[in-house]
Design a protein around this ligand. Structure first.
Ligand code: GLA
Length: 739
């Protein structure tokens, strides 16, 4: 074939081919080689623009001296259009990996090639925003990459704005928020999987050369199965709290998501994070811009512990609604009363809550609907009027009673849902998510309301607003969402069903924005059958999450440990419940349950009148001691001392930012032999020079020989801190105060 070629090609063709080949090597668009540095106090992202206008990612990691040096990398390109990972890989050009952006144009073409057209940055209050503009010279599609660098927190937010500047509509087939590229020998991925009442279970795996995808297609309750977040240990097969390069990422989006980990033939890792494009090819009309959600990135050169602390600090200062504000302890009525209560039941629970030193009473499910009363989970959702058969005096009476007792008052709603047995389902069948001509499948006897529809958004906002009018004494709302979306379909969207999943989530955010505009001070818990909506998108509007319906102290060790890899301890609703545990059937000591719940926002979820006198006294003691260090739960720095996944012990501590105080929690999760029971933990985050007095809380006799004595931070870091925790579920909490 090769031999034949010269005979087959005439001179004209040769000239044409030469010109075509030359074109390949000519700049697609001339640009001044530029290095763009996006940096925080200890981290740096470096992008370079080559002479052709290609934008490439050169470094994300520790701060380096001179980003301009990276421009040299463009000079040894083996390929005509340069080498190295495109910052935003698109379907098109020479790229054949997993794209961050894939567009189908009106003429059916799929190719997008983006070239740099300029960038700018501005700084305000410790946050530097950098916007980089890219354009496809052929299709005129424009893309803006937006990075927000949080200096002190070492966190970088990244999102993409895609503008159709052409004259015809285009379709977005893939539209990730951010792509990040890494060069290391190996990549250890830590992420979470789970299900109802077993959310947030840690999975660790060394990434191979195939593409790894973590995706949610659940529509709502998107995080019950897995979470849009991960940790990546670079160059190591070991997960270390204290050593090595670790990148952490979390997508701020409460709907379908997709994380892609793609290793190329050079061993580089390309991470894409964004909305899942599953059944969501997004139409973009001429002149319209699609803004992706933020991807939250952080880097630590000192192990996973620092990566988590970076995210927590950012969450406290920016990422969570009123982050770091101390929340009240509470008694929740759910597991203590379920659907069966009267006003009298609630008043007595309030008395007990006040008597035990709690600060709020939360009335959970079962208080509403008249025609289809909510006496079980099969009726009433959608009809948000007080069930006066159950509560003839109304909500205000109960809420005011709580306030008179010095407690705040909270109430449960599940506004995105409807039971078929409700007036709402009869009056507005067109508001229900459904596919024409098919069964509307029920989960927990309920259907989902179509939040892509602005009329439904108004209705859902109105539910919150209406409930708030029931009493001026409502301080807290538990917002629930108890199922996934199946067989999706929106009457409102008509032929544009592809927009459904995106518009649903944006509809939720529209509602939450309106709620926050009118009710900035109401505490709102984000519950979704427990941890079904745990993400930094929701946390922009919600104060806290319901971590899991599983309140078994043992199971919670695993769930809470993993939640705190990415999300700060203060957002975790953590409740003490009765035994045998209603979910797991497990029996754990009351002290173990308290010691576990006290690592988050402490609550009780049981019928207090079932406490024995001894249990009640212990409960009061634990609640009182929690107030002594609660500010550390909300504003301290987390140090994980021992992982339940890798050890027979779970141990963690919170240290005040000035290192003057700390609280240390230790739990034995498996029986130890006599010699093994005195496990040494190395306390971290303390000032090695300062002297700390160590006091065990909630016991008459301590399980550590050093109780009540003073030790330097350096000594406490040696492993000499070895409380005796011999039995499964023995636990101890210590309070440390510097002299
Ligand atoms: C969900 C929540 C629970 C409780 C019930 C009420 O399961 O996760 O905490 O509120 O709904 O029906």
């Amino acid at each position: 074939m090769c031999k034949l070629l010269p005979h087959l090609i005439d001179m004209k063709q040769i000239c044409f081919l030469t010109a075509a080949l030359l074109c390949l090597f000519l700049p697609a668009r001339a640009a001044e080689p530029t290095a763009i540095s996006i940096q925080t106090d200890h981290t740096q992202l470096v992008l370079t623009v080559d002479a052709n206008g290609n934008l490439r990612t050169r470094h994300y990691g520790a701060r380096i001296a001179d980003p301009v040096l990276f421009l040299g990398m463009d000079t040894q390109a083996k390929r005509p259009n340069g080498a190295g990972p495109m910052t935003l890989p698109t379907t098109g050009g020479v790229f054949v990996g997993s794209p961050a952006l894939h567009v189908r144009y009106a003429d059916g073409n799929h190719n997008t090639e983006l070239y740099y057209t300029g960038h700018q940055s501005r700084s305000k209050d410790g946050v530097t925003t950098t916007e980089i503009s890219l354009k496809d010279p052929v299709t005129t599609l424009q893309v803006k990459l937006v990075y927000e660098a949080y200096g002190r927190e070492d966190v970088i937010l990244a999102h993409t704005e895609i503008t159709n500047s052409g004259k015809k509509p285009v379709e977005l087939l893939d539209y990730a928020s951010s792509a990040m590229h890494f060069e290391a020998d190996r990549y250890l991925l830590t992420h979470t999987w789970g299900g109802w009442a077993s959310e947030m279970q840690v999975d660790r795996e060394l990434l191979g050369h195939d593409t790894k995808v973590i995706e949610s297609r659940r529509g709502v309750q998107a995080t019950q199965r897995n979470n849009p977040s991960f940790l990546l240990s670079l160059g190591s097969a070991e997960f270390s709290e204290t050593a090595g390069d670790v990148v952490a990422g979390a997508l701020a989006w409460s709907g379908n998501f997709r994380l892609t980990f793609d290793r190329d033939d050079a061993g580089r890792l390309h991470v894409l994070a964004g909305i899942s494009p599953h059944a969501a090819t997004y139409p973009l009309a001429p002149g319209k811009t699609f803004v992706t959600p933020d991807m939250v990135w952080t880097f630590s050169g000192a192990g996973a512990g620092q990566a988590s602390r970076n995210l927590h600090r950012w969450a406290r200062n920016y990422g969570v609604y009123r982050g770091g504000q101390v929340h009240p302890t509470l008694l929740n009525s759910w597991e203590g009363a379920y659907f069966t209560f009267t006003t009298e039941t609630l008043l007595r629970m309030i008395d007990d809550a006040a008597g035990m030193g709690l600060e709020m009473f939360v009335l959970d499910d079962g208080w509403f609907a008249k025609d289809y009363p909510r006496n079980g989970d099969d009726a009433g959702l959608g009809d948000w009027e007080v069930n006066t058969d159950k509560l003839p005096e109304g909500i205000d009476y109960v809420a005011s009673y709580a306030h008179d007792k010095g407690l705040k008052f909270g109430i449960w709603i599940e506004p995105e849902m409807v039971n078929p047995q409700s007036n709402l389902a009869h009056n507005h069948p067109e508001w229900v998510v459904k596919s024409p001509g098919r069964d509307i499948y029920q989960e927990r006897n309920q259907w989902v309301l179509d939040l892509s529809n602005p009329a439904v958004q108004d209705f859902v906002y109105g539910i919150f607003d209406g409930v708030m009018q029931l009493s001026k004494n409502i301080d807290y709302v538990k917002w629930d969402c108890n199922r996934v979306i199946q067989s999706f379909g929106s009457t409102y969207l008509g032929h544009e069903q592809d927009r459904f999943f995106v518009e649903y989530c944006q509809g939720l955010y529209n509602v939450m924005r309106r709620i926050r505009a009118k009710y900035p001070d109401v505490l709102i818990q984000c519950c979704s059958s427990g941890g079904g909506r745990v993400d930094y998108g929701a946390l922009r509007y919600f104060d806290e999450i319901w971590t899991s319906d599983n309140t078994d102290g043992d199971c919670r060790a695993y769930i809470q440990y993993a939640t705190n890899l990415i999300y700060p301890p203060f957002i975790m609703g953590a409740h003490v419940s009765a035994v045998p545990n209603h979910q797991s059937g497990n029996v754990t000591p009351l002290k173990f349950r308290f010691d576990m719940a006290c690592t988050g926002r402490l609550g009780l979820e049981l019928q207090p009148k079932n406490f024995s006198a001894r249990e009640r006294a212990l409960a009061e003691r634990c609640i009182a001691s929690y107030y002594q260090y609660r500010d550390l739960v909300f504003n301290g720095d987390l140090y994980r001392l021992s992982s339940p996944y890798d050890s027979d012990y779970y141990a963690l501590m919170y240290v005040s930012p000035d290192k003057s105080r700390a609280v240390v929690y230790t739990y034995c999760l498996r029986y130890q032999n006599r010699e093994g029971s005195q496990h040494g933990f190395r306390l971290e985050g303390l000032d090695p020079e300062r002297s700390y007095r160590v006091k065990e809380l909630n016991v008459d006799r301590s399980c550590w020989w050093g109780d009540g004595k003073e030790f330097s931070g350096a000594f406490l870091g040696t492993g000499a801190f070895n409380p005796d925790l011999p039995q499964k579920y023995s636990s101890a909490v210590f309070y440390l105060e510097a002299k």
